[in-house]
Design a protein around this ligand. Sequence first.
Ligand SMILES: [Fe+2]
Ligand SMILES: [Fe+2]
Length: 274
Amino acid sequence: MVAATSLRQHALAILLEPDPQAKAQAALALPTAQAPSPTLVLDRGETIALTDDQLGLIPGRPSKPALVSATQVPTRSPFTLEGRAALLHAICHIEFNAINLALDAVWRFANMPDAFYWDWLQVAQEEALHFNLLRSHLQSMGHDYGDFEAHDGLWTMCEKTSGDILARMALVPRTLEARGLDATPLIQNKLTRAGDLRAVDILDVILRDEVGHVAIGNRWYHHLCAERGLDGKVLYPSLIKQYEAPRLKPPFNEAARKAAGFTDDEIAFLLDVD
Ligand SMILES: [Fe+2]
Ligand SMILES: [Fe+2]
């Protein structure tokens, strides 16, 4: 990893890191608003341009898992060891990409308030923790990250929205990460029935932190809407269409969504999307 003195350049260097262990370790060591770095300076006005070498290397990732389309990922029973490992691997891959999406928000988008960068640096740390917890659990089952194919929906939406921070906030944290709030209790039920209480505990940690990530998405979505004089409730459906975001399906985790800042109106809207 290239040493940087700019905190946002440092986030880019971690994003480019292909080795998952090194990436997670570096993300966990990121400074926070409470414990800033004496050497890494946060410059919100800095515009960072990718070099030719860096183009095409975002995000840094290992050669495995092989990436396939979502429809090619087989559904497996969580009641076999192999099927449960495949399920946990899919979540582990989401967490890997979640480290990347948090780092991408830090380096890519200039001129946001300092709090925006600190928020996403904290998210990067928490995603690295989630990744490590799931990877260790996979290893305890005789598997590892990279053993199964994975789909890249989360990162694909990051790429589609790389030109507009407002669309990024709308469709990545407050749509795709929010979908995780809905899905997690259902997955926990399956894992409980399969007897994997360690995985259920890990998902408790993830669910708790993800409420915070979605809240951060909501916070900056509404901040940007206010700055541009847009009505977030009117804009959201048009962004869903424009960027072909996946349709969200009930049941929605209303308690977690409300804790993350969604209003009753916004939750009701999800039930009506065409
Ligand atoms: Fe996560
Ligand atoms: Fe997250």
